[in-house]
Ligand binder design. Structure first.
Ligand code: SF4
Length: 467
């Protein structure tokens, strides 16, 4: 069976470009993520007997803005003759996915189409009336494998109704199969994580996932699923019904041993440090196996974890953790409370100091609220200046479908085009005039660059290996 898996383009629409200078534009361009579509590598890993092809249109268009994603898909379908075409989909990819689905059916209406990922999981009803035959909801490895087996066995009249985690598109409505969220922790863990099945990374090796500044290749690895927390703007914890699963450490080590060709390895988890005992075990084993010698690691960590377990971060740094991403979110306790972050600004200050001292580069994210006034931007800039880190980045508060914040704020959305749901645009009305709002953001980015230079002066020599 020929199976085509597609990572669609992200339109990269930035309203701020209309208002900021070149320095501000540079800061935004840095936000464009380079990285493989690991979820598609994972689906391919489930299907070693099939002829699978992955095309990463996001990578294509990022390197060549004139790449025509519709035309290229048509060419690929005519050449590869897929039986199934499947897409992964973030909210910002939604409009492209709808067009791509229409294209598939126009070229050959007999091809089975499916979609999965965060947006279809959080908002399956957005696909009623689309050309997607099947919508995968939640973690997709198990559902996708069984969907392919059923289609192989019974091509003329497949029956997907017994496969959990799907919505079947009847044109004017969806029919849902058993939800993964109805399952107990035990059932989920035993049958649906399938951690031992490793991703097939070779299918995306032709793409250039290189971090330009250091000219090193990057790949992702998953070490856990779900999260121990429930922030109100986040959907990741809902993907696993609020359960947190840390993967078997030896299985992670086994996978890392097969990742020699990538220097920078990003733990692409919601929460790599959600199980302290297992995290310690993982970093200890990385050191024992010498997997810290030719790799650098990058992962997300919560600031409250850092201050409770500084010894764990020291161990992680020894194991090669060179970069962390921290959702710092806010510079006052009231806002932190609103997000359900379960920490204070003192926690953040202390955690940043510990990470800096450990020689770990921190990429910290702050949320800018559309109702920010001049004084709020000043407070944010002051905090960034006073607490230097490698890179302080800004995301604009965006209520994503399926989150609690969506329920709270969806009535205030003024920009409904999902192309703009990439965290750099305000989809809610700004309190300041729009041009002033974006100019303020670009000014804070300049403060961030200055603060980054201060960080390098203070802590640069602690980092023995550039990443
Ligand atoms: S934002 Fe981070 S810590 Fe909060 S629920 Fe999502 S993954 Fe967990």
């Amino acid at each position: 069976m020929n199976i085509l898996l597609v990572n669609p383009p992200i339109p990269n629409k930035f309203k701020i470009f209309d208002y900021c200078d070149e320095e501000g534009r540079d800061a935004i361009r840095k936000r464009v993520l380079v990285g493989p579509p690991l979820a598609l590598n994972e689906l391919a890993g489930m299907l070693p007997e099939e002829n699978v092809l992955i095309i990463d249109q996001k990578a294509e268009i990022d390197s060549n803005p004139s790449y025509d994603y519709i035309d290229e898909l048509i060419k690929e379908i005519n050449r590869f003759k897929p039986d199934i075409v499947s897409f992964t989909c973030l909210t910002a990819q939604y409009n492209c996915v709808i067009k791509l689905l229409e294209t598939v059916k126009k070229v050959d209406s007999g091809i089975l189409t499916s979609i999965g990922g965060i947006h279809p999981s959080s908002c399956p009803e957005d696909f009623v009336g689309s050309k997607a035959d099947i919508i995968s909801i939640g973690l997709g490895k198990h559902s996708y494998y069984h969907m392919v087996q059923e289609y192989k066995k019974n091509r003329a009249n497949p029956d997907f109704t017994n496969i959990p985690g799907l919505a079947l598109n009847l044109g004017d409505r969806l029919v849902y199969t058993r939800s993964l969220c109805d399952m107990s922790y035990k059932e989920f863990k035993e049958n649906y994580l399938l951690d031992e099945v490793l991703p097939n990374r070779s299918l995306t090796d032709r793409y250039d996932y290189t971090i330009a500044r250091i000219n090193k290749r990057l790949h992702y690895i998953s070490t856990s699923q779900g999260c121990t927390h429930k922030c109100n703007f986040c959907y990741l914890w809902k993907m696993t019904n609020g359960y947190y699963f840390h993967r078997n450490v030896e299985s992670i080590i086994n996978e890392l041993k097969q990742m020699d060709r990538y220097y920078l390895i990003r733990f692409c988890d919601a929460n790599t440090f959600g199980d302290i005992k297992k995290s310690k075990e993982l970093f200890t084993r990385i050191i024992e196996e010498g997997l810290n010698l030719n790799h650098a690691y990058m992962g997300d960590v919560r600031t409250d974890t850092v201050i409770r377990h500084p010894d764990l971060l020291e161990l992680a740094a020894k194991a090669g953790l060179k970069v962390t991403v921290c959702g710092l979110e806010a510079t006052n306790d009231e806002e932190l409370k609103k997000y359900g972050k379960d920490c204070t600004t003192d926690t953040i200050r202390e955690a940043l100091k510990i990470l800096n001292e450990c020689g770990i580069y921190v990429n910290g994210n702050f949320i800018v609220r559309p109702d920010y006034e001049e004084k709020d931007f000043e407070g944010l800039a002051r905090f960034i200046e006073d607490n230097p880190i490698y890179n302080a980045a800004l995301t604009i508060l965006t209520p994503f479908p399926g989150t609690e914040q969506w329920n709270e704020l969806k009535d205030q959305i003024v920009e409904w085009d999902y192309d703009y749901f990439n965290l750099t645009n305000s989809v809610l009305k700004t309190r300041l005039p729009e041009d002033v709002f974006y100019k303020k953001i670009s000014e804070v980015y300049k403060v961030s660059a200055k603060s980054g230079r201060k960080f390098m002066e203070m802590y640069g020599e602690k980092n023995q290996r550039a990443v």
